[in-house]
Write a protein that binds this ligand. Structure first.
Ligand code: UDP
Length: 470
């Protein structure tokens, strides 16, 4: 950029959890790489150390202005530290207005987390600042989220709850396969849960945004992206920008690749033959419940494949007090050690998925993980644990890059036995059509994110638009 060119300045505000922070920082990096000035507003403290470490690495990698907001703790009825943090950040956004209005370079756009729409729209309107949201799940899920208030409006009751107006499921205009009630995030069907209140309030406000960023792309979710952008899902919806696949950035790679357990993980993988290892990880906030752990171990050992298993006995990344051996017993534990490597720390997932030895990924339907896996061309076995994960798993199934055993239900519903797990792992590892589709999707993903690809076209177009107002 020449010194006389106007400075496009974009501010970002993420919410809790790596699944919300990673896409935020990856989008921020896209704009930094195209010459924009970026201000990152980060809530303090974070729930996990993985989040605070990543923010520090981002800040030291880029010469930008980082501002922290010290949160006003919220007391709400939830035991989930991430949900508590979502609400805490929502209730602290009044601290954001003075930061935005005191910035020395005028702001071209403010891009913030999905969970902050309602409190931030009035603030950005008052400051006449274009307001964008980044959505952390699939385009299919966004269609459901955006369409929710249309369904609510057709409910005659004074206080409509999704538990009553959703019925057997939802048919979203422009999207062929309906979302059955059994796939709806369980907390949304719990009247007066925090999830329900945020979703209901924010769904009605999406038309007030200037645009929505989403980590998806045409070949993966063409139908949903088209339905959203053609006004079929909701009339008056702003543009939905499929900027996916959002890729990992240097500040994630360099530091994480060196530290912690990654050295021994990579050494272990290096000894395995191509495509022979099953990688298992359920994101950074989902614990596998105790009752399931034994059958999980049985399934992995009975599959016959080597496996790298990232085990979480507790949510988040707090110290795990209990060892896996306490849960499995010494006999099963020694079987696990014969074929597998078990890790309890936060790993650098993208590097693992990109290792030639990895031939399949058992995951929890976390959308970031799915897109990272698609980027590396590895087939997926999606085992939805909660939230949007069945809707994400359906997107995996439709795209052809993985399988979703629907009969397994939610992670907390019932224990899936070891034999079923082993059979599905074998299916994922041995199904040739999955492998072919995953490779095709990898190629499409790299085109979308590459030089001159869709993501770059979108970013450049937005920057040109914003420049007109500088
Ligand atoms: N992640 C990672 N190492 C871990 C666990 C998670 O790098 O040990 C990253 C993963 O690559 C992804 C994010 O954390 O970018 C998790 O997001 P996702 O949407 O997959 O699941 P969530 O944790 O939000 O349920």
């Amino acid at each position: 950029m020449s010194p006389s060119e106007p400075v496009v300045h974009v501010a970002f505000l993420p919410s809790a959890g790596m699944g919300h922070l990673n896409p935020c920082l990856r989008i921020a990096t896209l704009f930094l790489r195209h010459g924009c000035k970026v201000t990152l507003i980060t809530p303090k403290p974070t729930v996990s150390t993985a989040e605070s470490n990543l923010v520090s690495r981002f800040c030291s990698s880029f010469p930008h202005q980082a501002t922290q907001i010290d949160l006003n703790p919220a007391t709400v009825n939830t035991n989930d530290p991430f949900w508590l943090q979502f609400e805490t950040i929502r209730r602290s956004v009044h601290l954001v207005a003075p930061i935005l209005s005191s910035l020395s370079t005028p702001l071209s756009a403010f891009i913030y987390d999905i969970s902050l729409i309602s409190p931030l729209v009035p603030i950005t309107q008052k400051l006449s600042c274009p307001s964008y949201m980044y959505f952390v799940a699939s385009a299919r899920m966004f269609s459901f989220f955006a369409h929710l208030h249309v369904l609510a409006a057709s409910d005659p009751s004074s206080q409509p709850h999704p538990s009553s107006f959703i019925g057997d499921g939802v048919k979203i205009p422009g999207i062929a396969s309906p979302i059955p009630r059994s796939s709806v995030p369980p907390l949304l069907l719990q009247p007066n849960s925090l999830f329900e209140s945020i979703f209901m309030e924010d769904s009605a406000k999406v038309t007030k945004l200037n645009g929505v960023f989403i980590n998806s792309f045409e070949e993966m979710e063409g139908e949903a992206l088209a339905a959203l952008n053609e006004g079929k899902v909701v009339k008056g919806l702003p543009p939905v920008y499929g900027v996916g696949p959002l890729m990992t950035c240097e500040f994630e790679e360099v530091e994480q690749g060196k530290g912690g357990c990654m050295g021994s993980v990579l050494e272990w993988l290096d000894e395995k033959s191509e495509g022979s290892v099953v990688y298992v990880c359920f994101g950074n906030r989902t614990a596998t419940r105790r009752e399931q752990i034994k059958d999980m171990a049985l399934g992995l050992t009975e599959s016959g494949y080597s496996f790298l298993w990232v085990v979480k006995l507790k949510g988040g990344d707090k110290e795990e007090e209990e060892g896996l051996e306490d849960v499995l017993g010494s006999k099963l534990m020694s079987k696990v050690k014969e074929k597998g490597m078990v890790v309890k720390e936060y790993v650098y997932q993208m590097e693992i998925l990109g290792h030639p030895a990895v031939g399949g990924f058992v995951n929890h339907g976390g959308w970031n993980s799915i897109i990272e896996c698609v980027w590396q061309g590895v087939p997926i076995l999606s085992w939805a644990q909660g939230g949007d994960q069945k809707i994400a798993s359906e997107a995996v199934r439709i795209s052809g890059v993985g399988i979703w055993p629907q009969e397994w239900g939610w992670g907390s519903e019932h224990v899936v036995n070891g034999k079923e797990i082993a059979d599905r792992i074998k299916e994922m590892m041995e199904n040739e059509s999955l492998r072919v589709k995953a490779k095709e999707m990898k190629k499409a993903a790299r085109n979308a994110a590459g030089v001159g690809g869709r993501c770059e076209v979108i970013v450049k177009k937005l920057i040109e638009e914003w420049k007109k107002n500088v």
